[in-house]
Write a protein that binds this ligand. Structure first.
Ligand SMILES: NC(=O)c1ccc[n+]([C@@H]2O[C@H](COP(=O)([O-])OP(=O)(O)OC[C@H]3O[C@@H](n4cnc5c(N)ncnc54)[C@H](O)[C@@H]3O)[C@@H](O)[C@H]2O)c1
Length: 453
């Protein structure tokens, strides 16, 4: 394929060499004459292992060239990859002026082109950027998105220092687009690479790099805080984390990675509190670990606020315990939410087939007696009756019996804490605690500073 790459920095230079190495003809575009000259002499613009050999070889074969002439590069190619810088302002806003300038250049160039063109954004950009880039191209070209051109988001995951190795061994190749043909054409560039090719929505692809890198930073900070506590106790933190990583069921796995409601139960709150207190007593600062409980409280508040958006309604809770299949009410976040709502005079009914107040004993009973002493008056035995008589149904536990009943109901407000069933996402009156539904997935995340050209 004939490809143009805008930006000949770390990402652009590696993509230029590696795409050519995989059989494509690639034209690099940069505003820096110096970088353009380097490529045209067969030299890389960056220091990276193996890139000098690749650029020299591909230059010799005539597979790569570079120019400052954006118009010429776009006319001669089918896909333009955008790999210009997206630096942050001190407040953390992205400066997208380089991206928007390239969009304008691509738009002007495709005015003079009959063939369909694809702009693939490889730079790291916030959700909504691709739509803004498409608007700029439409304005500059007079062509319609998905008629004369398409936008694809194709975030880069390489790390400096091992960029060529990372390019050829990506964890996955991610492509976001509203145009499946364009997405597949960009995917064709990477078919020779290992790793799954994932084609998804534009905004999902745009946010992924931020989610990944935030998580990587969290991993490092978590391991460092554990290390700081261990070293104060004379424990070898490397042994600890090595064993931690051996648990592929709960620790290094997709378990617990589902957005939803707060955690609860008898173990997580207690043991997190124990670790925090241990660190405090050792005078070790652990702000990341301290923040976990704050996030959990925030989730309880968020759930309560969601329900309070429906005042004077009859509320029906489906499930009360901290997870399905147990009668353990200790630290169940739903108990906290109900306690708060009762304090505001809410009319509440609860169905949980595992809870029988006469069978509650010990700390489980003490917990509920201190918070909802009249629980037996709120509990109902017949889930159909609860569904029929309540206006707002709050799904707190992921039980199959709730699934089969709620997918048949369209006239009630359903507030879902557990992502019970994806069929519910289509419903007008469905609210997920922290995921979008069909009716609210078009938010834009631009600040005024970001959109300035
Ligand atoms: N460096 C990394 O390890 C890495 C990894 C993954 C993703 N990213 C992302 O990729 C993007 C590029 O990063 P980088 O490190 O390669 O940046 P860089 O600063 O090394 O290179 C950007 C290049 O874009 C050029 N440029 C600016 N305006 C231009 C224009 N109008 N036309 C053509 N070229 C123009 C600059 O002259 C420069 O050579 C950023 O969004 C970054 O966050 C970087």
């Amino acid at each position: 394929m004939n490809i143009s790459i805008f930006g000949l920095g770390y990402v652009g230079c590696v993509s230029l060499g590696c795409l050519a190495n995989n059989g494509h003809h690639v034209i690099g575009v940069d505003v820096s004459q110096n970088k353009v000259d380097l490529i045209n002499k067969g030299k890389p613009t960056i220091i990276e292992k193996d890139i000098d050999t690749i650029i020299a070889e591909q230059h010799k074969l005539g597979s790569i060239s570079a120019t400052t002439d954006a118009m010429d590069a776009v006319i001669k190619t089918e896909i333009s990859i955008i790999a210009v810088g997206t630096p942050s302002s001190p407040q953390g806003h992205l400066n997208l002026k380089y991206i928007f300038k390239v969009a304008e250049n691509i738009g002007k160039a495709i005015q003079n082109k009959d063939e369909f063109h694809i702009a693939a954004i490889r730079s790291t950009v916030l959700p909504g950027t691709c739509d803004k880039v498409a608007e700029i191209i439409e304005k500059a070209s007079g062509k319609k998105r998905n008629v004369g051109f398409a936008i694809v988001d194709n975030p880069e995951f390489l790390r400096e220092g091992s960029a060529v190795q990372d390019y050829y061994n990506p964890p996955l190749t991610l492509i976001g687009s509203d145009n499946i043909d364009a997405a597949n054409k960009v995917a064709d560039l990477y078919r020779k690479l290992p790793g799954e090719i994932v084609i998804t929505d534009l905004r999902v692809a745009e946010i992924m790099k931020y989610v990944n890198n935030t998580y990587h930073a969290l991993k490092i900070s978590f391991a460092n805080e554990v290390g700081n506590v261990c070293s104060e106790l004379g424990i070898d933190s490397h042994k600890v984390m090595e064993i931690f990583c051996k648990d592929k069921q709960l620790n290094i796995s997709n378990y617990y990675f589902k957005p939803g409601f707060a955690y609860g139960g008898s173990c997580l709150p207690k043991d997190l509190g124990g670790f925090k207190t241990l660190a405090h007593d050792l005078y070790v600062k652990t702000p990341v670990i301290d923040g976990i409980g704050i996030t959990n409280e925030n989730q309880i508040e968020r759930a309560t606020d969601l329900i309070l958006k429906y005042p004077n309604k009859k509320l029906g809770f489906l499930g009360l315990s901290f997870k399905a299949g147990t009668d353990d009410l200790r630290n169940s976040p739903a108990v906290r939410v109900i306690e708060l709502l009762l304090g505001k005079g809410a009319d509440i009914k609860i169905y949980d087939k595992n809870i029988n107040t006469t069978m509650l004993t010990g700390t489980n009973k003490d917990y509920i007696d201190a918070r909802i002493p009249h629980l037996s008056n709120l509990l109902v035995k017949d889930v159909d009756h609860l569904i029929e008589t309540c206006d707002v149904l709050i799904v707190n536990t992921n039980e199959d019996e709730f699934k089969s009943k709620l997918v048949l109901i369209e006239d009630k407000i359903i507030i879902d804490f557990v992502r019970l069933d994806d069929r519910l996402l289509d419903y007008e009156n469905y609210v997920g605690i922290n995921w979008s539904t069909k009716k609210n997935n078009n938010d834009t995340y631009f600040s005024s500073e970001d959109t300035v050209l």
